[in-house]
Design a binder for this molecule. Structure first.
Ligand code: TXA
Ligand code: MG
Length: 317
């Protein structure tokens, strides 16, 4: 039986149950400021194996290791000057840094898919931060959805997608940001591996140089498969008119001929649209009709929204 705790009313009991489950090698549905994670002890190979099994995730796709502080991250990854600089500017917060993995880090090889690098992040959400302080190990936490499907942004999504595989779900309401962390690979130059919650221009401003673009063909971000975040219904992007029978996913005023409309943000606010994105894709699935999606500006959070929409619309394997 999955136990779900309402963190608004029952935080102490929820944290204790989650910590005990993690100690026992079980999985916990964990709110972060971006999306819900499926957390497990990053140093326990069989707990990490359970994460891959529960998600149906290919084992060549490595996980993000979540820690309580930049100091804890530095024990796992060689952050170097650039990494420390980024950590100081953006942690705790929705930035993931990919850096060389330290020998003796204790992180299960399966968590990093055998790579010599490791992805680390210090989440800002108070529940995630409290749980990381309550356990004596770092946590892997991929998004808490089936692999390739729509990212989970509420406790109900976690329960729907993963069911009995999760021992405990900590329900802190819908996530605030709604899209995943921005991933930066250290190197010369530092590279944007996944657009996300933090604008790459803000990262470039801190570094004093712009990030190199991500390269989809590169094996360095094995998780960025082209079809991902996929609803069951087909999506038509950059739509300026609606076609008969389609649901219209709008950003601002929908076209006059649109039938059923789901609104990402009536006021064309990218922050609001990001927060509603995955929930809206799930609604499209419930309606079950093909969908048309309005153009979204390619700036700020729009970079992450467009990245997710492109993958959601990509041909399925
Ligand atoms: O906001 C987030 O980052 C959420 C919350 C729960 O923290 N987590 C998340 O995890 O999005 P996941 O597993 O859905 O995405 C992790 C991404 C994958 O694309 C994976 O390939 C990439 O991080 N990644 C992990 N380790 C890597 C590494 N060593 N090198 C390159 N990419 C890596
Ligand atoms: Mg994911």
């Amino acid at each position: 039986m999955t136990r779900i705790f309402d963190m608004a009313s029952n935080a102490g009991e929820g944290l204790a149950a989650a910590a005990a489950a993690l100690e026992a090698g079980e999985l916990v549905g964990l709110p972060t400021e971006t999306v819900y994670g499926l957390a497990a002890d990053a140093t326990n190979p069989s707990a990490v194996a359970r994460v891959y099994a529960a998600k149906g995730r290919p084992t060549f796709n490595p996980l993000i290791v979540h820690v309580a502080s930049a100091a804890a991250a530095a024990e796992i990854a060689e952050l170097g000057e650039t990494g420390q600089h980024l950590a100081g500017a953006f942690w705790p917060g929705p930035l993931t840094i990919v850096a060389p993995k330290r020998t003796g880090s204790g992180i299960a090889d399966l968590a990093t898919a055998g790579l010599e690098t490791v992805a680390v992040r210090v989440p800002a959400h108070p529940v995630a931060a409290a749980l990381l302080r309550a356990v004596p190990f770092p946590l892997v936490a991929p998004s808490a959805n089936r692999s390739g499907r729509i990212t989970a942004t509420s406790a109900a999504h976690v329960a729907e997608d993963l069911g009995e595989a999760v021992a405990v779900i900590l329900d802190a309401g819908p996530t605030q940001i709604g899209v995943e962390s921005t991933i930066v690979g250290l190197g010369d130059p530092p590279r944007l591996l996944r657009p996300g919650a933090i604008d790459p221009d803000a990262i470039g401003a801190v570094l004093g140089r712009s990030l190199a673009a991500s390269d989809d063909a590169s094996p360095i971000a094995p998780g960025m498969l082209s079809s991902h975040y996929a609803p069951a219904v087909p999506l038509r992007l950059e739509a300026t008119e609606a076609r008969p029978g389609e649901t219209f996913l709008a950003f601002g005023a929908p076209p006059g001929n649109a039938g059923k409309v789901i609104q990402l943000s009536a006021s064309r606010d990218l922050t609001e649209a990001a927060a509603r994105l995955f929930q809206s894709l799930r609604e499209l699935d419930r309606i079950g009709a093909p969908a048309a999606v309005a153009p979204i500006p390619q700036k700020g959070l729009g970079l992450a929204i467009n990245d997710r929409l492109r993958r959601a619309a990509a041909p399925r394997p």
